[in-house]
Design a binder for this molecule. Structure first.
Ligand SMILES: [Zn+2]
Length: 275
């Protein structure tokens, strides 16, 4: 008989009753099939390894596109609202920025006593203009299936009923950002972008889609930007920060310059907002 370690079986002689040759041939055929199967599996494995990242990135790309279209829908909602109300943004917060800081403190105390009433949320103002619940959820947001938490968070500087006409560069000012999955963000409808950035940046998803996130700007455009791109100077000569709106500060907080106020705020709360 042939050695099982040899590569080829010996030439078969089909003698009458030579069963062992047939068994050997069957083993050879089975072995060949196994090798074929392994080759096929290896090819499938290689193809899957090559295709899977492409499939994952295609899925993420689709989600990102859907997120952009959600934000565009919100942008259209704001535009229609502004048309109906002569350019005025909805009043999400009562009072001014400075009063609001004070009110929020009081509301927090009332909340602890169980007397807190929910304010009108920014997206409720957009409901009559075609913005539905589905437009508030990003599928790349790990909480995007939570019907109670919107994937987008409002730039609080727009929430005091200002007129859009006083904005110098609406195409450079962010109205909505993507919400972070930090649980501290769940109790916030908006972020106070007039405060130092390190006091609210944990509320923003900085890398929701790859290394960037989507932002809705005040002119209705949607940008996919890195967090760093949205950061800039807040000086009088160069208002390049996309979250802070110096023009609103100048008009709505008369009598105290932003720099003066900021200095006072940092004296009171420390440079990182910790009292
Ligand atoms: Zn998104």
């Amino acid at each position: 008989m042939w050695n099982a370690m040899s590569k080829r079986p010996p030439p078969a002689t089909f003698g009458r009753g030579d069963v062992s040759v047939l068994v050997t041939l069957a083993a050879y055929a089975a072995a060949f099939t196994l090798i074929e199967m392994l080759v096929v599996l290896a090819i499938i494995g290689t193809m899957a390894a090559l295709l899977l990242p492409a499939l994952v990135s295609a899925r993420e790309k689709a989600r990102q596109t859907e997120c952009v279209s959600n934000l565009r829908q919100c942008g259209l909602g704001f535009e229609m609202y502004l048309q109906e109300y002569n350019g005025y943004y909805p009043v999400v917060h009562e009072g001014t920025y400075l009063e609001h800081e004070h009110h929020e403190h009081e509301e927090h105390e009332e909340h602890e006593e169980g007397q807190h009433e929910d304010p009108q949320e920014w997206w409720q103002f957009l409901a009559p203009y075609g913005v539905e619940r589905k437009h508030l959820l990003c599928r790349s947001d790990p909480h995007g299936d939570n019907l109670h938490i919107e994937s987008y968070i409002f730039n609080g500087m727009f929430g005091f009923g200002q007129n859009q006409a006083i904005l110098r560069r609406p195409d450079q000012k962010i109205l909505l950002s993507e919400r972070s999955d930090d649980e501290r963000s769940f109790e916030h409808l908006g972020y106070h972008s007039w405060l130092p950035t390190d006091e609210w940046e944990h509320l923003i998803a900085k890398e929701r889609h790859g290394k960037a996130s989507n932002y809705l700007f005040a002119d209705g455009r949607v940008g996919t930007l890195s967090w760093e791109t949205t950061q800039g100077e807040r000086s009088e000569s160069l208002d390049s920060d996309m979250h802070f709106v110096r023009r609103f500060w100048e008009v709505y907080v008369p009598g105290i310059s932003y720099e003066e106020w900021l200095e006072h705020h940092e004296e009171e709360h420390g440079p990182h907002g910790q009292p």
